[in-house]
Design a binder for this molecule. Structure first.
Ligand code: ADP
Ligand code: MG
Length: 720
């Protein structure tokens, strides 16, 4: 009650923003040490050298670093910075920072502002408590942060001062990756290398770097903080472990693309302004399907930068939400029975000279190249479907994937009718020179116009072609997009390598032979890997049955999916393209399995606690009230229908029993193997949790509202 009145009496506390005096375009990247700032502040030769590193991936000249550091420091101090921080991305999927002061004592009683090239390039945080999956024993805990030149430094504001933030890679003293960023950078290199070979076959030899591009759409929920803090489950697990479905759900779909409530809009405007200052090109905002659910999306950028910006976006959403008296939830399934939150990762590749390579062209020549790249992606996704499923696997995303709203756990590709038709024609063209009628002749025929931005036309596909890019929709809302991007970049690199090798062998430098070789290769790829293409309803029962006959994997849970990080195929893949060594990959696998165990364990323990200390007491209190009423009524000669009392008594017993079973499932077991433990959590603990919840949610429908100890779904989702 107090929470409800606090929510309904909410008043904004910060002064309104003024976009007339400070237009957004002036703010954009105002806190970023980007190319424009560098150009102004660096000697020409130094600027050129840095630019070369950024644009061609060339190694940075160490002599340059001191000068850049000094310019960066002066710029940061002019923006009020007192400290600098190496920002890094440990395998927890979160963002970590180590702050150091610019000031160094000068030995004579004062202090100098100092920042050298070596401090810019390398740092040594005490990272021993970050998971390393056995790469680093704590006694040799040294981990280093290394400046990532391709992601610009920026200023993070705080009312009491600002900090210069330097995006870095985090590696062990042996040079092994301990973070999410390092493999992103490596996989982008691998993709570039193989893409160059393809472009060369098509006569494009300008050498402009081909980069993976990414545009992640982030879904999230907003809940008033008064409710949030009354829910230990939201605070500690990010999702509600209890809560009956409200009488009015999302069946009316009246929230989707509806008007945005005023407080939420104010929040969004501030989020966008903050991100604008950091150079994050936020573009769209809208309501999502579920009540209280929203989405934010930037304009796409190079994959590495997009990843860093995505992390900043998640942090900013949370921080600004607090200011507006709300909590931002980016858990994949905060509310059972209500739509979950994903993070659609739009992915493509492009170069400064050729533009977006997944854009179908206007000429048959460009179309041939486009079809080849598309086929390479189809092959990659089919061949490595297990890996793609594994990189989106987490305890939280399990509640979403495969449920009746998110893409299914089966990885398939939606191509759309036109493009599917094109590939069908190619498929018909058997591998001989006299093509049967109705076959599309690659490099001669023009493609039918493909609809761009097909957007939401097929929401049920985990991996959809949307006109000029692919959209990986199985990614969870709370995840770092690094893992999915590393997987995509690397599997496509492998496919491009395969295609380039085949075509190079067939043409032997004779460009006239290219079209024929291409036709053959495309036909073969579509015959071998076309099974992954599916344009129908991914939610349907029939699809699950059909996917099985097509031999597609259906890895329903994290414990089914994660072992795909350890198959020989996947090990060889990452090793071959220098993205992750076998040891690095193993460490990741160990960490992710362990994370799974930890998250389910925390939730389960929390559930036992809440059941015993919140729900049980409320239920017996109400039971007692009913019993007292019954006795009193009898005393004065009335009869009392004990139906409700009977039901409550039965449910209270059920709650005690199921809670005891859950508690037991949590203790007294030992596994030598982490995966066995994870399976125990999946197969025994999760069902035990579901049993507790079932009884508790039923109780919610009987116990008096003023006694029920938790804010209800109705309150959290509809009172704003
Ligand atoms: P929808 O909701 O229809 O999927 P949005 O506009 O919300 O569309 O999001 C589309 C996302 O795809 C944006 O982040 C956009 O920048 C991104 N995108 C567009 N083109 C590319 C591309 N070539 N590479 C990567 N991402 C892209
Ligand atoms: Mg989308």
């Amino acid at each position: 009650m107090a929470a409800i009145s606090a929510v309904t009496n909410y008043r904004a506390s910060s002064p309104p923003m003024n976009f007339i005096d400070t237009p957004s375009q002036e703010l954009f990247a105002s806190n970023v040490f980007n190319k424009a700032v560098m150009k102004k502040r660096l000697p020409k030769a130094i600027f050129k050298s840095v630019l070369k590193t950024i644009e061609t991936g060339m190694k940075l000249d160490p002599a340059v670093a001191d000068i850049v550091a000094s310019a960066m420091k002066d710029w940061a101090i002019s923006k009020g910075a007192t400290h600098y921080a190496h920002v890094f991305f440990p395998l927890t999927g979160l963002t970590a920072e180590k702050h150091d002061s610019f000031l160094t004592p000068d030995g004579e009683g004062s202090a100098l502002a100092e920042f050298s090239g070596s401090q810019l390039i390398q740092g040594e945080p005490d990272g021993s408590s970050f998971p390393s999956g056995g790469i680093r024993a704590t006694f040799e805990a040294r981990g280093y942060t290394i400046w990532d030149v391709t992601s610009p430094a920026y200023i993070l504001e705080n009312p009491n001062g600002t900090t210069l933030c330097i995006p870095t890679a985090f590696v062990s003293w042996t040079g092994e990756a301990l973070d999410k960023k390092t493999p992103v950078l490596r996989s982008m290199q691998a993709l570039n290398k193989q893409a160059q070979r393809i472009l060369k076959l098509f006569g494009h030899t300008d050498g402009a770097m081909v980069s993976a591009t990414a545009g992640p759409e982030q879904e999230y929920f907003l809940v008033d903080r008064n409710f949030f803090f009354a829910r230990p489950d939201l605070i500690n697990a990010g999702r509600t472990l209890f809560g009956a479905k409200p009488p009015k759900g999302q069946e009316f779909e009246d929230h989707y693309f509806g008007a945005i409530p005023e407080r939420v809009l104010a929040f969004m405007l501030e989020v966008e302004r903050e991100l604008f200052k950091l150079g994050v090109p936020i573009k769209t905002r809208h309501n999502e399907v579920a009540p209280g659910q929203y989405e934010i999306a930037p304009i796409f950028e190079f994959a590495n930068l997009a990843t860093d910006h995505q992390q900043l976006t998640m942090i900013t959403l949370r921080r600004v939400a607090e200011k507006y008296g709300m909590a931002c939830l980016n858990h994949e399934k905060p509310f059972a029975g209500v739509n979950g939150s994903g993070k659609h990762v739009n992915w493509s590749m492009g170069s400064s000279s050729r533009g977006n390579l997944l854009d179908p062209g206007d000429t048959p020549h460009d179309n041939a190249q486009f079809l080849l790249l598309c086929a390479a992606v189809i092959r990659a996704v089919h061949k490595y479907q297990g890996l793609l499923r594994a990189v989106v696997a987490s305890a939280s995303n399990d509640h979403r994937l495969g449920a009746n709203e998110a893409p299914p756990a089966i990885i398939s590709i939606f191509l759309g009718d036109q493009l599917t038709h094109v590939f069908d024609q190619i498929k018909a063209g058997a591998a001989n020179t006299s093509l049967p009628k109705g076959t599309l002749t690659v490099g001669v025929d023009v493609l039918p116009p493909l609809p761009k931005d097909t957007g939401d036309r097929n929401r049920t596909s985990p991996f959809a072609f949307t006109g000029n890019r692919f959209e990986f929709r199985a990614v969870g809302a709370s995840q770092s997009i690094a893992g999915p991007l590393v997987a995509l970049n690397t599997i496509v690199a492998e496919s491009l390598d395969y295609c380039a090798t085949r075509l190079e062998e067939a043409t032997k430098g004779d460009t006239k032979k290219l079209n024929e070789a291409l036709q053959k290769l495309l036909t073969q790829i579509i015959n071998e890997h076309g099974a992954v293409i599916f344009n129908g309803n991914g939610y349907s029962e029939e699809w699950h049955a059909e996917a099985k006959t097509r031999g597609l994997l259906n890895l329903k849970t994290t414990t089914d999916a994660l072992p795909y990080l350890q198959t020989d195929d996947v090990k060889a893949l990452f090793e071959k393209y220098n993205v992750l060594s076998e040891r690095e990959l193993k460490s990741r696998y160990d960490i992710y399995v362990e994370q799974y165990c930890k998250s389910v364990n925390v939730e389960a323990r929390l559930m036992v606690r809440m059941s015993r200390t919140m729900i049980f007491p409320a239920a017996v209190r109400y039971q007692n009230q009913l019993a007292a009423t019954c006795v009193n009524l009898k005393l004065v000669g009335y009869t009392f229908d004990t139906n409700t009392l009977d039901k409550i008594t039965e449910l209270v017993k059920g709650l005690q029993d199921t809670t005891a079973t859950l508690d037991k499932a949590l203790s007294g077991h030992h596994f030598d193997d982490l995966l066995a433990e994870a399976k125990h959590f999946n197969e025994t603990v999760l069902p035990a949790m579901a049993a507790v919840r079932k009884v508790a949610d039923e109780l919610e429908g009987y116990v008096a509202d003023d006694i029920w100890p938790l804010p209800t779904y109705q309150e959290m989702l509809f009172i704003k």
